[in-house]
Design a protein around this ligand. Structure first.
Ligand code: HEC
Length: 124
């Protein structure tokens, strides 16, 4: 029989197809693993945020106050927030805002205002 010179090419072709097939199966497996890991990750974060039902004054300040009161609440467009403030005035300002100024009301839930005031008064 004549040796067909094309046969080796077919062999390589078949090998290549096999490899692609194998790799896609392997990839699917990895995809499942990654998806699984992600699910675990989300579960963890939801658990964490559920566990910390506590109010984190510093974190809230970072999110909602530094845009006006500056980095570290040291003053910006709004005044510096620190221990020089009067607790009651600070409480009122946070609860009701300061009429006629940019200071908005209602950024901190009522039940957490005391904690926010404590935090502010703990600053230098
Ligand atoms: C949109 C800008 C803005 C944001 C956001 C903002 N403030 Fe203010 N805040 C002001 C301004 C302006 C004043 C000054 C009001 C005035 O002239 O009496 C002020 C005043 C205050 C005062 C009273 C200070 C004093 O001298 O008696 C407190 C306390 C205060 N802010 C706390 C906060 C806290 C806590 C947050 C975040 C939850 C916050 N502010 C977010 C603009 C802002």
């Amino acid at each position: 029989m004549n040796k067909n010179p094309v046969v080796p090419f077919f062999l390589i072709f078949a090998l290549g197809i096999g490899l692609v097939f194998f790799m896609s199966l392997y990839g699917l497996d990895q995809k499942k693993e990654i998806a699984g890991a992600n699910e675990e990750g989300t579960e963890q974060t939801t658990e964490e945020s559920a566990n910390t039902g506590e109010f984190d004054a510093e974190a809230v300040a970072q999110q909602k106050c530094i845009s006006c009161h500056g980095d570290g609440l040291a003053g910006g467009m709004g005044p510096a927030l620190n221990s020089s403030l009067d607790a009651k005035e600070a409480h009122d300002a946070i609860k009701d805002g300061v009429a006629g100024t940019a200071m908005p009301a209602g950024l901190v839930p009522d039940e957490n205002i005391d904690e926010m005031v404590d935090y502010i008064l703990s600053l230098d």
